[in-house]
Write a protein that binds this ligand. Structure first.
Ligand SMILES: Cc1cc2nc3c(=O)[nH]c(=O)nc-3n(C[C@H](O)[C@H](O)[C@H](O)COP(=O)(O)OP(=O)(O)OC[C@H]3O[C@@H](n4cnc5c(N)ncnc54)[C@H](O)[C@@H]3O)c2cc1C
Ligand code: SF4
Length: 329
């Protein structure tokens, strides 16, 4: 990779209010957590902020607490810590599996929850060197006018490829966000919109403070397909949370990443409740996934492969969780 020289100042605020004040003083500035997404992009010439606001010294963002069956994870908690936490693994295995499947061990030691939830969308025409993108007239997402994936339209279809979001969505996680008007809580699903150019709904200067996970989670699992098994973004990633009682499904949530510009919860899984997870139910689940994912030509692998792979992962995970609870007949 030919790196672009980047010049920026770095400040290290002691608390969330100071971080937001620094952002308000320099609106083009960016928050920095582990830097494993942001710094790579800046070295490729994707953005040129004059100020980075390093959040790593803010104690409030580093907390991790499991109380009364629920969990609160600070925005700055590293993925390595999540993957290794025994209480989280016992209650929210999908989350720990997703955290352990992000990039490589060195990345996970630095990478954080909020950085993963807020990472930029990805596309083969975007995650390239400045030289490569310049030679191809850039693209709609940054500095260009045409989308090379869907040239007729004016929408960017870059894919959201964070592993953690689906694994949090299946538990109904919410996030605490700090902004100029104070703090607010919202369902994690509302952090995202289907727009590769602006996939986050955060207002200017807002930052994620923590993630809250409700108590009494259903048994869960996460899996992804990727090009390089040791270190790679998901071409498709699927989390499933499934509970069965007396041989019938009583709860089923499936969430996906890597296929759309936002991670999302699959619609229609409620129709499968009250029945055993038999071959027909698995077929129905497969159809739901294939209908709702929208993979575009943003990776080297074909869109249809990602569609079929997402459905296969959902089927396999659901079947495994059901078998563990002896639902399937
Ligand atoms: C080789 C390689 C492989 C990778 N593989 C994967 C993978 O398999 N799966 C995957 O999910 N990711 C992968 N990544 C991307 C990245 O490592 C992870 O997504 C990581 O979790 C990002 O977290 P971070 O703390 O380093 O984020 P940063 O780079 O610090 O920040 C990412 C974005 O989040 C914003 N941000 C940071 N903190 C906050 C906050 N508190 N509030 C609001 N915005 C904030 C930043 O401004 C920036 O826009 C890979 C990266 C590399 C280089
Ligand atoms: S989907 Fe289109 S606009 Fe978006 S990054 Fe790819 S080529 Fe650029």
């Amino acid at each position: 990779m030919i790196a672009v020289p980047v010049a920026f100042r770095v400040v290290e605020p002691a608390d969330v209010d100071a971080a937001m004040a620094a952002h308000a003083g320099e609106p083009g500035s960016r928050y920095l957590s582990g830097g494993t997404d942001l710094l790579v992009n800046l070295r490729r010439g994707l953005g040129s902020p004059s100020l980075l606001i390093d959040l790593r010294g803010i104690a409030e963002l580093g907390g991790l607490a499991c109380k009364a069956g629920a969990a609160r994870i600070g925005a700055g908690v590293t993925l390595a810590r999540i993957a290794a936490d025994p209480e989280l693994r016992a209650r929210y295995p999908a989350l720990c599996e997703a955290a352990g499947a992000v990039a490589g061990p060195a990345h996970r030691n630095a990478a954080t929850v909020a950085g993963n939830l807020c990472l930029d969308t990805r596309c083969i025409y975007y995650n390239q060197s400045e030289w490569w993108r310049g030679a191809n007239a850039y693209c709609l997402k940054y500095r260009g006018h045409v989308c090379h994936v869907a040239p007729q339209g004016q929408q960017c279809h870059a894919a959201f490829c964070g592993d953690l979001a689906p694994a949090l969505l299946v538990f109904g996680a919410s996030i605490e966000v700090a902004g100029r008007a104070g703090r607010r809580c919202m369902p994690l699903a509302e952090l995202y919109r289907e727009d590769g150019l602006a996939h986050l709904t955060l207002a200017a200067g807002e930052l994620v403070v923590a993630v809250d996970l409700p108590a009494d989670p259903s048994p869960s699992a996460y899996a992804k397909v990727r090009v390089r098994g040791s270190v790679d973004f998901p071409l498709a990633g699927v989390a499933v949370a499934l509970r069965a009682e007396e041989g019938k499904l009583v709860a089923l949530r499936v969430a996906l990443t890597g296929t759309n510009s936002r991670p999302f919860l699959l619609d229609g899984t409620g129709d499968l409740l009250g029945r055993p997870l038999d071959a027909d139910a698995l077929k129905q689940l497969d159809r739901l996934v294939q209908k709702q994912v929208q993979p575009m030509r943003t990776t080297l692998l074909q869109s249809n492969y990602r569609r079929v792979a997402a459905a296969a992962l959902a089927r396999r995970l659901a079947a495994r969780l059901a078998a563990n609870q002896q639902v399937a007949r």
